[in-house]
Ligand binder design. Structure first.
Ligand code: AHG
Ligand code: MN
Ligand code: MN
Length: 335
C-alpha cells in the first residue's frame, strides 16, 4: 500500500526546527501564503465563468495594464498577511511604494518583510494559460518594533530566508525553499490541502529546452543572439527545443523538471530587460540555486546584485547550470 503523502501543514511543522530562527513566525507566514494561494486559486479557476476577465481600466506603477485578477491577487495576499499580523512590511509589483504594517500591539516583534508578484504572466489569464504568484521573504535589517524603511526591502537576494511560487496550472502547486532545497506541493482541490508531491526538486545539469521571446531577437545583444544560434545548431544533442509560455513561473517550473534555460535579456528597447529584480528574479534565482540550477544577468550572479530601487529591472538568465554557463560564455565573448 502506498504511504499517505505529507501535507504542507505537516511539512512546515516538521521542518520548523531546521529554520535558523525558530520562533514559528516564518512558519506562520508561509501558512498565510498557503491560505491566500488557495483563495486566489479558487478565483483563477473560475476566471472564465464570471465577469472577472479583462482589464480593470487601471495601470500599475510601471504603466502596464492591470488585470482584474492582478488587483484581486494583490489585495488577497496583502490582506491575508496583514490581518494575521505576521509581517512588518510588504512590497508588491502592483503597489507604487512599500506598505508598512503597524501592529495593534505597540511592542510588536514582527521580523519579516515580504516582496511579491501577486500575479505573474497576467497576459495569459484571458486565454486560459497557467499563471503564478512569486514571493520572497527577508528578515528586516532595521530594529524590530520600529516602522520598516526602504533598507529592509533593498537587500541582496542572497539574504532571502525563503522564496517560492504558486503555479495555477493544470494542477495548482506551491513550490518553495527556506534554504534547504526546494519542495513542491500539489493542491487536492476536493480536500483543499497541498500534498508533498515533488520532494527535493532539482534542475537537471543539462537540458534541451530554451525559453525566450524570440520576437525580440533583432533587439537582443550579440551574446544572446549567438547563444540562440548555438541552441539551433545541428550538433550533438542540438538543435534544442524552443518553449515559451510567457509566464515566468510556468517556464521556470517546466525547465526545472525537464532541464532548460529561461532568458529575458536586455534589448535595444529595454536596457535592463523587463523582469523585476525584487519580485521575480531574486526569488527565482534563490529557488534555482537551491535546486542545483543557476541564475545570472549574463555576467553576474543575480543574488549578489545590490538593489537600488524597489521596481528595478534586470536582465535574467536562469535554469540548468551548464546551459546558463554556456550562455554566459557567449555573453563574455561578445563583449
Ligand atoms: P507580469 O505578468 O507579472 O507582468 O510578468 C510577466 C513577465 C513574465 O512572467 C514573462 O515571462 C514575461 O513577462 C513575458 O514578457 P513578454 O511578453 O515580453 O515575452
Ligand atoms: Mn511577473
Ligand atoms: Mn505580475
Amino acid at each position: 500500500m502506498s504511504q499517505r503523502k505529507q501535507t504542507l501543514g505537516e511539512f512546515i511543522i516538521e521542518n520548523q526546527a531546521s529554520f535558523k530562527y525558530t520562533s514559528g513566525e516564518l512558519s506562520r507566514l508561509i501558512n498565510s501564503i498557503r491560505l491566500a494561494a488557495k483563495v486566489v486559486n479558487h478565483e483563477v479557476n473560475k476566471a472564465g465563468l464570471v465577469d472577472i476577465l479583462g482589464a480593470a481600466g487601471d495601470t500599475n506603477v510601471q504603466g502596464e495594464d492591470q488585470q482584474k485578477l492582478d488587483v484581486y491577487a494583490n489585495t488577497k495576499f496583502i490582506q491575508t498577511m496583514t490581518k494575521r499580523n505576521i509581517v512588518c512590511g510588504i512590497a508588491s509589483e502592483e503597489e507604487d511604494d512599500f506598505i508598512t504594517i503597524n501592529s495593534q500591539d505597540e511592542n510588536h516583534q514582527n521580523k519579516y518583510v515580504v516582496l511579491i508578484d501577486p500575479l505573474d504572466g497576467s497576459s495569459n489569464i484571458d486565454v486560459n494559460v497557467s499563471v503564478g504568484t512569486i514571493f520572497s521573504i527577508y528578515r528586516r535589517v532595521t530594529p524590530v518594533g520600529t516602522p520598516v524603511t526602504i533598507e529592509d526591502f533593498l537587500q541582496k537576494g542572497n539574504h532571502q530566508v525563503a522564496a517560492g511560487y504558486i503555479i495555477y496550472g493544470t494542477s495548482t502547486m506551491l513550490v518553495y525553499t527556506t534554504g534547504h532545497g526546494v519542495n513542491g506541493f500539489t493542491l487536492n482541490p476536493a480536500i483543499g490541502s497541498f500534498y508533498l508531491s515533488h520532494p527535493d526538486m532539482k534542475f537537471p545539469e543539462d537540458g534541451r529546452i530554451y525559453s525566450v521571446n524570440e520576437g525580440n531577437y533583432i533587439h537582443f545583444p550579440k551574446g544572446i543572439k549567438d547563444y540562440i544560434k548555438y541552441c539551433q545548431m545541428e550538433e550533438g544533442d542540438r538543435p534544442y527545443t524552443s518553449r515559451y509560455i510567457g509566464s515566468l513561473v510556468s517556464d521556470f517550473h517546466r525547465n526545472m523538471i525537464k532541464g532548460g534555460i529561461y532568458m529575458y535579456p536586455k534589448s535595444s528597447k529595454a536596457s535592463n530587460g523587463k523582469l523585476r529584480l525584487l519580485y521575480e528574479c531574486n526569488p527565482m534565482a534563490f529557488l534555482a540555486e537551491q535546486a542545483n540550477g543557476k541564475a545570472s544577468d549574463g555576467f553576474n550572479r543575480i543574488l549578489d546584485i545590490q538593489p537600488t530601487e524597489l521596481h528595478q529591472r534586470v536582465p535574467f538568465i536562469c535554469g540548468s547550470k551548464n546551459m546558463v554557463e554556456k550562455a554566459e560564455e557567449f555573453m563574455r565573448a561578445a563583449e
